[in-house]
Design a binder for this molecule. Structure first.
Ligand SMILES: Cc1cc2nc3c(=O)[nH]c(=O)nc-3n(C[C@H](O)[C@H](O)[C@H](O)COP(=O)(O)OP(=O)(O)OC[C@H]3O[C@@H](n4cnc5c(N)ncnc54)[C@H](O)[C@@H]3O)c2cc1C
Length: 586
């Protein structure tokens, strides 16, 4: 069913077993698990899918080695297992991530864990080699229990470290190296999980740009953000997966809660060849001099740098500030002092809010990253159905959290689990080539069958895993051409995505169905060409196309610090300034 069909169906049939409010990774995870178990679930997301906290992550599928210090052993064990499952089930999107920890002290931090345990540590303290060694041994022990998807940790001497990473600060005493997972394209991961759910169960339906705006007795009111039209639904259960907005969503249902104490985290993406070369394929994960754990992460040809952890009240209002940028630039200089990273290297910024539980912890790093379900039900509410609020959690543990929520929901509906998601591949991870040779063979046979060039197919496989097959088949069904401004994309590829991936706005494509914005690949020209391609697919008029381009430019500037110069005007200005007055046409 397409968007309009789902909405029309809803008008005639407002009954639904489960209404999920919020299309971040947690709402989407529950949606998939319920769909798999035959439940007619409806998911509504007020913006695009995966555009809230789930779009702001550090891209790590990780067990959270530092949570060991907080005594959160259950969480680490679960997250390590889930990290391994993500690598196995979505190999096109989640890859093993070699990680290096540069260490500046040997014995510091020995008392961190006991002090934290007794609540006596009110600010983070630096961890030395010994503490990190103990942490990594424990971490390996957890990894070993589940299937070993990644190798064990190693420790490198100062000399060996400086030989391996030549730009590293010579003040280090050691480096430790271990593996975690990289979620290369979190937003694509989320949409593929969602599409799997709909493919599994025709009674599972998901709508972006639909908000939950109110509710009373047996009814919840939804609003289509594209038309302002309201729809009533009558659920047996509401799952409030609205992340940092959980308490606000509960208020809309007439419920008072104080579950969330969100903290904001920001990142910058930089294009700096020397830094990118200096880190190689390793993430650098280390302690800044204020004791915060920060990272420099290899993201395609860029580096992702983050993050901060600052309590906030209004999750709608977060931006990566100039102070945070200063903090990031200084922290990179601490580890790679000879690389001059500046604001000019920043191609993208983002910021989001972790939906952490409301807590009295002395430092934000001490607030638990574990997840739990808060249930509100009973006669004192004005609702005939219970509301489960999904508090906390990590990207990495979304599947386990979803499983827990689904079991509870199934019990409420008087049903039992038929299938589980543990070994379920995600989207283009299905039938993914086992190795390079297998990949080569798949590409070869797909090329022979569809006539799409091997080089194009390689790109499609990298982007979409085995969904490349459906896309190549579609490409083969009509006249195609590569985009002039982005020759690694083609018109029919974009038409396919528009038809199958619930794209409503141009920014859905540039921010969440592709990495174009995040990797700083957009120009005015490419944005306009993409708008034309999408207009072709979605039937936009010229006015709509121009409005979409303007909307995207405004989001990029306001949220991501990206101002795309107007190439026509700037080129003319530049030439006029030089006194030549030549008009440059793209
Ligand atoms: C800076 C940062 C770094 C992180 N790094 C990592 C990491 O490296 N690894 C990791 O495992 N985890 C990481 N996390 C944690 C992880 O990203 C989050 O815990 C997770 O994404 C939360 O997902 P969610 O679905 O609960 O919330 P969200 O993704 O915020 O989803 C909630 C959704 O609800 C929608 N919504 C709100 N109100 C309504 C309404 N009334 N109607 C309809 N929809 C509504 C919002 O638009 C939003 O999209 C990080 C988080 C942050 C912020």
């Amino acid at each position: 069913m397409n968007r309009q069909e789902i909405l029309s169906h809803l008008k005639e049939n407002p009954e639904v077993s489960v209404l999920i409010v919020g299309g971040g990774i947690n709402g989407i995870g529950v949606f998939r698990d319920l769909a798999l178990n035959g439940v007619d679930a409806l998911l509504v997301e007020r913006g695009d899918f995966c555009s809230g906290g789930s779009a702001a992550s550090s891209h790590m599928a990780h067990g959270g080695i530092r949570y060991l210090e907080n005594g959160e052993f259950r969480l680490v064990r679960e997250a390590v297992r889930e990290r391994n499952l993500m690598i196995r089930n979505a190999p096109h999107l989640v890859k093993p991530l070699p990680t290096a920890i540069p260490i500046f002290k040997r014995f510091s931090g020995l008392l961190n864990a006991p002090l934290k345990f007794f609540g006596k540590l009110d600010k983070p303290a630096e961890r030395g080699s010994l503490v990190i060694k103990i942490g990594l041994m424990l971490y390996d022990a957890y990894t070993g229990r589940s299937s070993r998807a990644v190798p064990r940790h190693t420790f490198l001497s100062r000399t060996a470290s400086l030989k391996k990473w030549r730009q590293l600060n010579p003040a280090i005493v050691n480096t430790a190296a271990y593996y975690d997972g990289a979620i290369l394209q979190p937003e694509r991961f989320a949409i593929e999980v969602l599409l799997d759910a709909e493919a599994e169960n025709p009674n599972a339906r998901a709508l972006n740009y639909v908000s939950m705006v109110g509710g009373m007795e047996d009814t919840v009111i939804l609003r289509d953000e594209l038309t302002d039209e309201n729809y009533d639904v009558k659920p047996k259960l509401v799952i409030n997966a609205s992340g940092a907005w959980i308490d606000a969503s509960n208020r809309k249902l007439g419920l008072s809660s104080r579950f969330i104490g969100g903290t904001k985290g920001s990142h910058i993406v930089v294009k700096h060849d020397a830094l990118r070369k200096a880190i190689g394929d390793h993430e650098f994960f280390f302690e800044n001099d204020d004791g915060r754990i920060v990272l420099i992460f290899p993201l395609y040809d860029c580096a992702l740098i983050g993050t901060t952890d600052i309590p906030v009240e209004d999750p709608d209002d977060v931006r990566c500030t100039e102070e945070e940028v200063d903090y990031f630039l200084e922290m990179v200089a601490r580890v790679f002092p000879d690389l001059s990273l500046t604001r000019r290297n920043i191609v993208f910024r983002f910021s989001g809010v972790r939906p952490l539980p409301h807590s009295g912890a002395k430092t934000t790093s001490q607030i638990s990253r574990d997840h739990n379900i808060e249930v509100i039900s009973g006669e004192w509410t004005n609702l005939d159905f219970p509301v489960y609020s999904l508090v906390g959690g990590k990207w990495t543990s979304f599947r386990a959290f979803a499983e827990q929520v689904t079991d509870k929901a199934l019990a409420h509906l008087g049903s039992t689990r038929q299938k589980d998601t543990r070994d379920l591949p995600v989207g283009g991870g299905r039938g993914y080539p086992a190795d390079e040779e297998d990949m080569r063979r798949q590409i070869e046979s797909l090329s022979a069958w569809t006539g799409v060039a091997r080089e194009r197919l390689k790109i499609l496989f990298e982007r979409y895993g085995t969904r490349a097959e459906a896309i190549a088949t579609f490409i083969n069904g009509g006249t195609d051409h590569v985009l002039q401004t982005l020759p690694d994309y083609s018109l029919r590829e974009i038409i396919f995505l528009a038809a199958h991936e619930k794209i409503i706005h141009l920014d859905d494509f540039v921010l969440r169905r592709s990495m174009l914005a995040m990797l700083g690949r957009l120009t005015r020209g490419s944005l306009e060409e993409l708008a034309r391609a999408l207009a072709n697919a979605l039937g936009w008029t010229k006015e709509q196309r121009e409005a979409e381009a303007a909307r995207t430019l405004s989001i990029l500037a306001d949220r991501h610090g990206v101002v795309l110069p107007n190439e026509h005007r700037d080129a003319v200005n530049a030439d006029e300034n030089e006194g030549r007055g030549r008009r440059v046409v793209e």
